[in-house]
Each structure stands twice: as C-alpha cells, then as structure tokens.
Design a protein around this ligand. Structure first.
Ligand SMILES: Cc1cc2nc3c(=O)[nH]c(=O)nc-3n(C[C@H](O)[C@H](O)[C@H](O)COP(=O)(O)OP(=O)(O)OC[C@H]3O[C@@H](n4cnc5c(N)ncnc54)[C@H](O)[C@@H]3O)c2cc1C
Length: 255
C-alpha cells in the first residue's frame, strides 16, 4: 500500500496502472514493503482511473504483480536492529495481465480498508513484546516475596489478556461478515500502546536485576534491547495511532 508520499493519506497513491492490450502497465514506487525480497509476488494498490472530483478513493484498484520480471527493482530498507524486513519496490513499465487483477477494477479502496480491519485487530498484532513479558514473568516468578515486581508484571499481563479478548471479539465479528473497522482501530491503538508499556515495565524491573551481557542469547537484556529498537514502529505500521483515533472519533460522531 504505502508510497513515499502516501502513508496516512493512502488515497494519495501515485503508482499507476495504464490500460494496454490484455492488461495494465504499472509504474511507480512502493515503500515499506515487508518481505518483498523473499516474495515471488505482491499485491499493489494503485491508480487505474481518475478520482471522482474530491472522491479520491474512486479509481483505485489492486493488481497481483510478479516480482522477478524486468522493470521491477527491489531495494532494502535496513531496520535499526540491522535486520532486513522492509524494502522499496520500484516498477518501471511492468506489464500485468488482466487475469492478475484482484477482484474488480475500481474496487481497491474497499478491499484495502476491509483488510486493514484484519491487520489492525489480529491477536498477533499485540504480541511484539510478548516474549519479553513472558521471560520477565519467569524471572520474577522465581523470586518469591518480591510483591512490588509481581504486581507490576501482573498489571500488564491482565491488560494483555483484556486486549486479547477484544481482539478475539473483532475476529468473531469479521467471521460473522461484519465490518468492525472502528473496533479494530481501537484494539490496535490500545494494544500497541501496551506493547510499549511492557518495555517500560521491563526496563524498570531489570534496573534492579543484575543482567548479564548476552549478545547472542534470548535473555532479558537482548529481548529488551530488540524491543526498544523495534518500538517506534509499533504505533506506526498498519496506520498510526493518530489516524486510528480519528477513525474512532468519526465512529462516535465526534468529527
Ligand atoms: C515498521 C513498519 C512496517 C511497515 N510495514 C508496511 C507494509 O508492510 N506495507 C505497507 O504498505 N506499509 C507499511 N508501513 C507503512 C505505514 O503504514 C506508514 O508508515 C504509516 O501509515 C504512516 O505513514 P507515513 O510513514 O507516510 O507517515 P505520515 O502519514 O507522513 O505521518 C507522519 C505523522 O503525521 C501524523 N498524521 C498524518 N496525517 C494525520 C492526520 N490526518 N491527523 C493527525 N495526524 C496525522 C501521523 O500520525 C504521523 O505521526 C510500515 C511502517 C513501519 C514503520
């Protein structure tokens, strides 16, 4: 979905599909494409027709584009942890046959918004710092008598459980064929903030522990360092929390 100038304002996508005999010629740049360097194909949101006045959501479609063909360039975006998950993908007049249109032409906006409800509320969305929390809980379970630490861990565990139940409720609504975009936005806002609060609890509690340097292992020091470096993305990917709160406010008729 995302492009260098189209993130929160997704309807601003500039990658275009131009009608040609038997298909579409695609040109443009996508960014933050998770796993493009490992994938055989991706599904791109692009503009195949003009907007309808101020209705910028009109004229957007999605195509399945194979990546190993001439005209496709994949460049890595390296994370602060040194890992390679993300990419910039440039399309230079890439031919896509009609059979690789996803659904129908012009239906792209409805498709991405309904998919985002799955992406935002999925039970796994809340789990970026789960292994850190689990390790932390294990560490303090082995220290009976430390009631203050147990309370701090218990507080985030109980909230994580509540978030999980909210997330499952959204999954249930999706399975019933409903479109719970507002509830999904709420779950992601609450859940991603909790992911970062788990880091703060870990930071606070490990300050009182003697943590051994552990550059290769899976101990608390390494998990905490990884979590700190990944944390800025928690509230950005899949739609920023400011955008999510706008969706919730609209759902409450507050804007
Ligand atoms: C780790 C990571 C993984 C990602 N993975 C993917 C992926 O796999 N596929 C994909 O397509 N994209 C992916 N993205 C892109 C992500 O969806 C965008 O970064 C996100 O939507 C924000 O867009 P932007 O970066 O262009 O920021 P901008 O839209 O420029 O926003 C900048 C700031 O302004 C605020 N802002 C913008 N508009 C408003 C408004 N109307 N009201 C209030 N505040 C506003 C935002 O909240 C943000 O704080 C990923 C991003 C990250 C960081």
């Amino acid at each position: 979905m995302s492009e260098p100038d189209a993130g929160s304002d997704l309807a601003a996508v500039r990658t275009t599909g131009r009608r040609v005999d038997g298909g579409w010629t695609v040109s443009g740049t996508k960014i933050w494409t998770s796993g493009a360097h490992r994938a055989h194909a991706l599904i791109a949101l692009l503009r195949t027709g003009p907007p309808d006045g101020r209705q910028r959501h009109v004229g957007l479609s999605r195509l399945l584009i194979e990546l190993g063909q001439p005209g496709v360039t994949i460049r890595p975006i390296i994370s602060m942890t040194g890992e390679h998950h993300f990419n910039e993908v440039v399309f230079d007049q890439v031919f896509v046959p009609d059979e690789q249109v996803v659904g129908t032409i012009g239906d792209g906006w409805a498709q991405v918004t309904s998919e985002l409800a799955y992406e935002r509320s999925g039970p796994e969305r809340l789990l970026s710092t789960f292994v850190l929390l689990e390790t932390l809980a294990g560490e303090f379970a082995a220290r009976p008598g430390d009631a203050g630490s147990a309370r701090a861990v218990g507080r985030v565990v109980s909230r994580l459980w509540a978030c999980r139940q909210m997330s499952l409720a959204v999954a249930g609504a999706l399975a019933e064929g409903e479109a719970p975009e507002i509830a999904a936005a709420l779950v992601k806002d609450v859940g991603t903030r909790l992911e970062s609060e788990i880091i703060e609890v870990a930071r606070m509690l490990t300050a009182t522990l003697r943590v051994e340097p552990d550059p290769e292992g899976a101990g608390i020091a390494r998990l905490l360092a990884q979590a700190v470096l990944h944390a800025p993305g928690f509230t950005l990917r899949g739609g920023t929390n400011e955008i999510l709160r706008g969706i919730v406010a609209r759902g409450l008729a507050l804007r």
